[in-house]
Design a protein around this ligand. Structure first.
Ligand SMILES: NC(=O)c1ccc[n+]([C@@H]2O[C@H](COP(=O)([O-])OP(=O)(O)OC[C@H]3O[C@@H](n4cnc5c(N)ncnc54)[C@H](OP(=O)(O)O)[C@@H]3O)[C@@H](O)[C@H]2O)c1
Length: 197
């Protein structure tokens, strides 16, 4: 299959690219700047300058795909600022909203010409976006942005379903990455294995 991974230079995205390459998929790895680790797993194509908050830049980068149609698009890129309500500030909340809540919709929009009628989209959300499961608070801006993402995903899926495109919101687990300060219940490769099934 032809699979696009957005946010592929480190963390869960990098492990996912590695896993998919091992399964012999043709992987298109999108990132702002490629890491040595990403280059070493040898995806079919690495597409840089891919900032999910900048549609003009994404369109320019995507033009290198030509007539390629992806079977799967996976949006992994995300941002966490561990700020609680008491230390909460507007810029950190807006920053997370830009990447986590708005970024995926901007990304899906620019990818539409590169998706086929039966293509599938996976977007990484988080359990922290669940209102029902929020017993403790903390990471308020992140939680708010992922809740908004859940709503965006549900709305997008309503519009994409008649076009034959299915959209999934996926929680990757509590994963040991930069984002969590390498705390968590599972490592990146376990998370990638489950996501790629
Ligand atoms: N780790 C967990 O326990 C956990 C739990 C639930 C959900 N998630 C979600 O899973 C996804 C991956 O998380 P992770 O743990 O792998 O995080 P990570 O290690 O911090 O990696 C974040 C990735 O997102 C990219 N990114 C951030 N802002 C971007 C932007 N504006 N444009 C393009 N790429 C951008 C980063 O690229 P740069 O290197 O260029 O910054 C990096 O590749 C996120 O959506 C996160 O919210 C993670």
């Amino acid at each position: 299959m032809k699979i696009g991974v957005v946010g592929s230079n480190r963390g869960i995205g990098l492990s996912l690219v590695g896993q998919l390459v091992r399964f012999r998929h043709q992987v298109y790895a999108f990132c702002r700047n490629a890491s040595e680790e990403l280059r070493s797993v040898r995806p079919k194509n690495i597409i840089e300058n891919f900032d999910v908050t900048n549609q003009a830049a994404m369109r320019v980068s995507l033009s290198s795909l030509g007539s390629v149609k992806l079977d799967w698009l996976t949006h992994v890129a995300g941002l966490l600022r561990p700020v609680t309500f008491s230390s909460f500030n507007k810029s950190s909340v807006f920053e997370q909203f830009k990447v986590n809540a708005v970024g995926p919709s901007l990304t899906v929009q620019v990818f539409l010409p590169y998706l086929a009628q039966s293509s599938k989209i996976g977007i990484l959300t988080s359990k922290l976006g669940s209102i029902k499961q929020n017993a403790s608070g903390g990471s308020d801006g992140y939680r708010m942005s992922k809740s908004a993402l859940n709503m965006a995903g549900k709305s997008m899926s309503g519009e994409l379903h008649p076009k034959g495109i299915a959209l999934f919101l996926l929680h990757p687990g509590f994963v040991m990455t930069d984002m969590t300060g390498f705390r968590g219940n599972i490592d990146q490769s376990d998370s990638a294995t489950h996501l790629s099934k």
